[in-house]
Design a protein around this ligand. Sequence first.
Ligand SMILES: *Cc1c(COP(=O)(O)O)cnc(C)c1O
Length: 399
Amino acid sequence: MKKKAKDINPARWGDATKLVRGGLDRSPHGETAEALYLNSGFVYDEPETAEKRFAGEDDGYVYGRYGNPTVTMFEERLALLEGAEACYAVASGMAAVFGALACNLKAGDHLVSSKALFGSCYQIVTSILPRFGIKTTLVDGQDMKGWREAITKDTKCVFLETPSNPGLEVIDLAGVCEIAKTAGALVVVDNIFATPILQRPLNYGADVIVYSGTKHMDGQGRVLGGAIVSTKAFKEEKLKPFLRHTGPSISPFNAWVLLKGLETMKLRVEAQSEAARAVAEALAAMPGVSRVLYPHLDSHPQAKLARAQMRMGGTMVTFEVEGGKPRAFDVLRSLGIIDISNNLGDTKSLMTHPASTTHRNIGPEARAMMGITDGMLRISVGLEDVNDLTGDLKQAIME
Ligand SMILES: *Cc1c(COP(=O)(O)O)cnc(C)c1O
């Protein structure tokens, strides 16, 4: 019999240990890797067991839409990393964004959001939620006066994304959370670009954090998934009643892929961020590149805030080429290694033209408001050799 080590407190583990061992719940078979429970339903030895589980007196599983042991391992691992009480996994990042907002809002409520948002987040805030009678106000995320004016006693919820997609705008988390707290509003942060490896919004006063597992958590282009990190009370009282009945459940297979993805996420995000910084510096020195946006470069308008809030500058670099859309398309066509793709956070470096893809549907006016120009390109830096990436960019942009 293996001796039990005393006083194991996973909350005191370092991030790397949490990512590899957090939430691990081995079956009686003692498998090394986490088991994949690919089942939709559960059976009971006695009718009384079923009755107790439905009454909430026994916390065993009842149905795949309500929970699954593989999904639970993923949720517990992410909550542990984040230092949060709870996590609820869902089918995609957008299911996480919509669920976190909709579970807490009703007709007549007021939502304040930063205006530089991922395309689908923008649709939820400006078009979908208003259809249900929710009033929304958009503010320039960097304008603290704007936040102070927009958030009133009637504001129920504040939503923001930092750094933003694709402009990599950095928002003062502590500043916005303080304003929201005074008004009694709940702060929901889309932390997808920064990842929990580089930025912890809970430390600045945020209440709820949303993730797309599709991005850095999987990080290898395989599955969709999402997660909502919150207090236990928010999960039990707001998320569960909303999500269990509306059904955006994550597939246990996808949760298993994300669970294994978390094990290498720190290594990947740190290596990709280091490479992204080198790519940003190389781009800044190339003729024909009129602007480079990277949170930790001195040239970034909020470099100081970005360095205070984010441990590294992140895996994304945004830049502008002279010559607008035709020139941006030329660059994309000339790439030899980096792929044309709107996905991000992948081990493969990917480049997209936001104005014609991710931010196409929001229209030219909203693009102008967000500072998305026709010559803007966004790179998600992967795990290839940095010299190969800078070489590819050089030949695509300069030759
Ligand atoms: C990708 C992304 C989402 C949506 O995630 P999905 O998994 O694609 O649904 C939301 N916000 C940001 C910032 C993203 O990059």
